[in-house]
Design a protein around this ligand. Structure first.
Ligand code: AMP
Length: 281
């Protein structure tokens, strides 16, 4: 695997591959790689000639400085994992390589800015679009792969691509889970054994909702889900929403594309999860 820390070297190397007509796939990450990240790389390998993975813990998307401070950075382990799945290129820049100083950035992402994650993490999606825009400009991928785990992030990036007329195609990859259902996350390693057990309520509640879904009872089902989660010790619910998968506004009995999304702090760790309840067809 080629490993680059500067934009210039990465771009020079990619230019040679692009000149030969290679289709470039891109998987942006913040590292502490797990099976979820690696599934994105595998998907990218199926659709592209060359796969670039980036590892960059982006300071501008963190609303809580402590969260940024404790974010895991096991770079050597990550490199081994990427080599094991035959990733072609790692881009692992430092903060100074990506930012020139105190930069201003604002992109109008409409209602997505203030909904769900946006409401609880003000400025988060500005930081996300700021870094993904920069990374797309450096890598200039044909296809970029993102996880359904961060569903709202996928919507925000889709909107950015439309607004800024970027030519990259986006692919959404399914959520990889532990055998007991917990959605894989780099943050899971910070859960105490008790919190790890308590955290299961999130995926269990989403699953139960999907199994027992009745579009005439959306409000009742939502209330039940919220109280089920609130009853678990150490779990502090931020939101549980049954939403329109195209807008993330609350769903109603006529909504065709429905997704349930949850965010909660378990012990000290903030976790998110979601499940698609109903697709458009
Ligand atoms: P992160 O390192 O958390 O920024 O995530 C990098 C990419 O991996 C994002 O597109 C995430 O949505 C995706 N991802 C994170 N966790 C999972 C998971 N459990 N399954 C699939 N994709 C994931």
């Amino acid at each position: 695997m080629k490993n680059f820390t500067t934009k210039a070297e990465l771009q020079q190397y990619l230019a040679q591959l692009k000149a030969k007509g290679a289709i470039i796939g891109f998987v942006p990450t913040m590292g502490a790689l797990h099976r979820g990240h690696l599934s994105l790389i595998t998907k990218a390998q199926q659709q592209c000639d060359v796969v670039v993975c980036s590892i960059f813990v982006n300071p501008t998307q963190f609303t809580d400085p402590r969260d940024l401070e404790i974010y895991p950075r096991p770079l050597q382990d990550d490199i081994k994992k990427l080599e094991l799945v035959n990733c072609d290129i790692l881009f692992n820049p430092g903060v100074d390589e990506m930012y020139v100083g105190n930069e201003q950035w604002h992109l109008d992402i409409g209602e997505l800015e203030g909904l769900l994650e946006g409401k609880f993490r003000p400025g988060h999606y500005q930081g996300v679009t700021q870094i993904v825009y920069k990374l797309f400009n450096i890598v200039k991928p044909d296809v970029a792969f993102f996880g359904q785990k961060d569903y709202q992030q996928f919507m925000v990036i889709s909107r950015m691509i439309k607004l800024l007329n970027m030519s990259v195609k986006l692919v959404m990859c399914p959520i990889e889970r532990e055998s007991d259902g917990l959605a894989m996350s780099s943050r899971n390693m910070h859960l105490t054994p008790d919190d790890r057990q308590h955290a299961l309520i999130l995926s269990q509640t989403l699953n139960d909702l999907k199994l027992n879904f009745d579009s005439d009872k959306i409000n009742l089902l939502k209330q039940e889900a919220m109280s089920t989660i609130n009853n678990v010790p150490g779990v502090e619910l931020a939101y549980f929403e049954i939403a329109d998968g195209d807008t993330l506004l609350p769903a109603n009995e006529h909504t065709k594309h429905i997704i349930a999304l949850v965010a909660a702090t378990v012990g000290k760790i903030r976790l998110i999860d979601n499940v698609i309840i109903k697709n458009k067809d």
